[in-house]
Design a protein around this ligand. Structure first.
Ligand code: F6R
Length: 622
C-alpha cells in the first residue's frame, strides 16, 4: 500500500530529492499508482511539490532524477488510491492553500467527511478527493487557530481524526524539520551521524526504504509524534510531552532488499526458502530440543495447558494457519479454529473457550489481523503473534511473539514468509504434543530430525524447476485451474491457487477434493487443468478417485506427490514429485512447484510478477 519516506539532511550534505526517490523506489513493491515529493529549497525558502501518476519512473524523469528539486529536507510518497482515483491531483504530498503545511499520509481517515465539513465552515476549500488533504488542512487550521507549535497543532488534529494514519508533515515556519505521527500504520525513523555525506535523519513507512543509509532506527509507537532535524529526532506523546524511545538495530543485510542477480524478487525469494526455513528452525532449536522462548520478553508459552487455539490471519498467512491446524490437531490433539481475520473481527466471536488466540502475519501490519489481535486482547485471551517484520505493530502488541526469520520479503506474492510460518506452526505442534505427553521423546526427536531435513528437501525440489517451466509454457493460455486435495493437501491447494490467481490473473480455485461433486465438477470441460495434490498417504486413493472423475469429464491432470508414487502417472498426464518428509511436513516441499508454476506462468503471460495489478504488499487498511 502507500509508502512514505522523509529526509532531513545537513546543509551542504546530500540533496534530499535523490534520497527520497531512491527510498520510494525501494517501496515500489508495496503497490502504488502515483507518487510525489516535496522538497524545501533553502535559497528561495519555497517548498516545491512534484507529483506524477503511474510508475515512479515518471516522477524520476519529471524531476530530472531529483536535480530539478534542490534542497536538503523533504518528504515523498507512493499512493495506492483509496479516496479518489489515481491522478496527479489526488497524489501526495498535499498542501494547505498558502503552503503553510505540506504532508503525506498512509492509512484511512474514517471521519474525513465530517472534518471536511467543519473546515469548509471555516472557509477552507478543497482541490482533491482525498482524506489526506483534509488531515493536512485540519493541522493547518489548529496551527493558525492557536498559534501553537507544530507538535500541538498535530496533536489537536490527531485527537479529532478517526482511522489509521502515518503522517509526515513539513511547516513553512520550521525549515529543515519534518514532523511525523502514527496510529495503526507503521513509521520508522533512522539516524546516521557518521560524518558521511548522507548524514541526517530518515523517515520511512517500511525498513527497505532506508536500509542502504542506516540500520539504527526508532519505531514510532501508537499515537506518538516525532520531530526530525538533520541532527536527530525528538519524540512526543499526545500531550506534547517529550518522551524517549529506544533505538533498535535492524539485523537484515543491506542487500537483502535487492534482487541479487535474479530477474524478479519473487524468484529470488522462492530460492531463499531453504535459508528462511533453516534460519527459523535454528532460532528455536537448542541442543536438539525446541525452545519457543517468546521474543516479547514474556515468560515462555506454557503449551501443556493449552486447550483450544484460535487463529486469525489473511491470505497466505491464513493458508499457513489452515495447514497448521491439520498438523497441530493431528499431533497435539488441540482443537484449532482458523478464521479469516476480516471475518473474525465482525462476528462477535465467542472466545472464552480459547487458551490462546494466535495471529499470523508477514508484515505485522495487516489491518484486519491487527484488529483481531486487539479484540482478543480486549477480551483477556492470551495472544501469540507469528510475525516476520521485527518491531511491527502486531509484534509489539501481542503477549507472545515468535518471529519467522525470512528476512525482508519484497515480492507482493509471499513465498518465503509463508514457508517460514509453516515452520513455526510445526514447531508449536511438536512442542505442544511433547509437553502434553502425547508423543514420547523418540517421536519428538524423530519429528525434529524430519523438520531439519526440510531445507535440503526444498533445495532438491528447486533443482527440478525446469520441468515446471516447461509445463507452464505449455499451459500459459489456461483460463481456469482447479487445485484439489484432501486434508493437509487441501491447505496446500488453497495456497497454490492463490499464487496462481494473484500473479497470473488466471481464474483458479483450491478445492477440497471430496467437495467437487457438490457443485464445482460442473465447471470441468475438455482441457480444464486440474492439479491434484497427493502428499498424504491415508488420503492418496481417495484423491486419485476424484482425479479420475474429473479426467473422465475431460480435465487435463497434473499430479503433485512424493517420490515413489509413480502409479499416479496412470491417471495424470504430468506428474511432479517432491521428496517425502514426515507427511505432516509435506506442505513445505509441495508448495514449491506450485509457487514456481505460478511464477513461470506469469512470466509466460508477460505480467509484472513482483507487482501484480491492484494488489499491495502490506494491507494496512480494511
Ligand atoms: C499473497 C499474500 C497475501 C498476504 C496477506 C496477509 O501472496 O501475500 O495474501 O498473505 O495480505 O499479509 P500479512 O502476512 O502481511 O498479514
Amino acid at each position: 500500500m502507500c509508502g512514505i519516506v522523509g529526509f532531513a539532511g545537513k546543509q551542504g550534505g546530500e540533496q534530499a530529492a535523490p534520497i527520497l526517490l531512491g527510498g520510494l523506489k525501494k517501496l515500489e513493491y508495496r503497490g502504488y499508482d502515483s507518487a510525489g515529493i516535496a522538497v524545501r529549497d533553502d535559497v528561495s525558502g519555497e517548498t516545491r511539490i512534484v507529483k506524477a501518476k503511474g510508475r515512479l519512473a515518471m516522477l524520476v524523469s519529471k524531476t530530472d532524477e531529483g536535480r530539478a528539486v534542490p534542497g536538503f529536507c523533504g518528504i515523498g510518497h507512493t499512493r495506492w488510491a483509496t479516496h479518489g482515483e489515481p491522478s496527479e491531483l489526488n497524489a501526495h504530498p498535499h498542501t494547505s492553500e498558502d503552503g503553510n503545511v505540506i504532508g503525506v499520509h498512509n492509512g484511512i481517515i474514517e471521519n474525513y467527511q465530517e472534518l471536511k465539513a467543519k473546515l469548509m465552515r471555516h472557509n477552507y476549500t478543497f482541490y482533491s478527493e482525498t482524506d489526506t488533504e483534509v488531515a493536512i488542512k485540519l493541522i493547518d487550521y489548529y496551527y493558525k487557530k492557536y498559534l501553537h507549535t507544530p507538535v500541538d497543532a498535530i496533536n489537536h488534529a490527531l485527537v479529532r481524526i478517526r482511522g489509521s494514519y502515518a503522517l509526515a508533515v513539513m511547516f513553512k515556519d520550521y525549515p529543515g524539520e519534518i514532523y511525523a505521527a502514527r496510529k495503526d500504520s507503521p513509521m520508522i525513523i533512522g539516524v546516521t551521524q557518521n560524518g558521511s555525506k548522507d548524514d541526517g535523519t530518515y523517515l520511512a513507512s517500511d525498513v527497505p526504504a532506508i536500509l542502504s543509509h542506516t540500520r539504527e532506527v526508532y519505531y514510532l509507537g501508537e499515537l506518538q509524534l516525532a520531530r526530525l532535524t538533520a541532527d536527530g529526532a525528538t519524540f512526543y506523546n499526545l500531550d506534547g510531552d517529550e518522551i524517549s524511545i529506544e533505538p533498535t538495530t535492524i539485523e537484515w543485510e543491506a542487500d537483502a532488499a535487492e534482487k541479487g542477480g535474479f530477474e524478479h524478487f519473487m524468484m529470488k525469494e522462492i530460492h531463499e526458502q531453504p535459508k528462511a526455513i533453516r534460519d527459523t528452525l535454528n532460532a528455536y532449536l537448542k541442543e536438539g530440543q525446541i525452545n519457543l522462548a517468546s521474543e516479547s520478553g514474556s515468560a515462555p508459552l506454557d503449551l501443556s495447558s493449552v486447550r483450544r487455539i484460535g487463529v486469525a490471519a489473511c491470505g497466505s498467512a491464513w493458508h499457513a494457519a489452515m495447514a497448521g491446524k491439520y498438523v497441530i490437531e493431528k499431533l497435539a490433539r488441540i482443537p484449532v479454529d482458523v478464521d479469516l481475520a476480516s471475518e473474525f473481527r465482525y462476528r462477535d466471536p465467542i472466545l472464552d473457550e480459547y487458551s490462546l488466540i494466535a495471529v499470523v502475519s508477514q508484515s505485522g501490519e495487516t489491518a484486519d489481523t491487527l484488529a483481531a489481535l486487539r479484540l482478543a486482547k480486549e477480551r483477556g485471551i492470551p495472544t501469540l503473534a507469528i510475525v516476520n517484520v521485527v518491531g511491527s505493530t502486531i509484534a509489539r502488541e501481542a503477549d507472545y511473539v515468535l518471529y519467522t526469520y525470512a528476512g525482508p520479503e519484497i515480492a507482493v506474492a509471499t513465498t518465503k514468509a509463508y514457508s517460514a510460518q509453516l515452520i513455526i506452526l510445526y514447531l508449536l505442534a511438536v512442542q505442544a504434543a511433547y509437553e502434553k505427553g502425547i508423543i514420547n521423546l523418540d517421536r519428538y526427536s524423530a519429528l525434529i530430525q524430519s523438520m531439519q531435513q526440510i531445507p535440503n528437501a526444498v533445495e532438491r525440489t528447486l533443482d527440478n524447476k525446469e520441468r515446471i517451466q516447461w509445463f507452464a509454457a505449455k499451459y500459459s493460455s489456461a483460463q481456469n485451474v482447479y487445485f484439489i486435495g484432501r486434508g493437509l493437501d487441501y491447505a496446500i491447494c488453497l495456497e497454490g491457487s492463490l499464487k496462481m490467481k494473484e500473479i497470473t490473473y488466471i481464474h483458479s480455485e483450491g478445492y477440497a477434493a471430496g467437495e467437487l461433486k457438490h457443485g464445482t465438477i460442473s465447471l470441468i470441460e475438455p482441457g480444464t487443468l486440474v492439479v491434484g495434490v497427493l502428499t498424504q498417504e491415508d488420503l492418496y486413493e481417495k484423491t486419485i478417485s476424484n482425479l479420475v472423475e474429473v479426467k473422465s469429464r475431460g480435465a487435463y491432470l497434473m499430479g503433485l506427490t512424493t517420490f515413489g508414487h509413480y502409479d499416479l502417472e496412470d491417471s495424470a498426464s504430468f506428474v511432479v514429485y517432491v521428496p517425502g518428509l514426515d507427511p505432516l511436513f509435506n506442505a513445505s516441499t509441495a508448495i514449491i512447484p506450485l509457487q514456481l508454476m505460478a511464477y513461470y506462468l506469469s512470466l509466460a503471460r508477460g505480467l509484472d510478477v513482483d507487482k501484480p495489478r491492484n494488489l499491495a504488499k502490506s494491507v494496512t487498511v480494511e
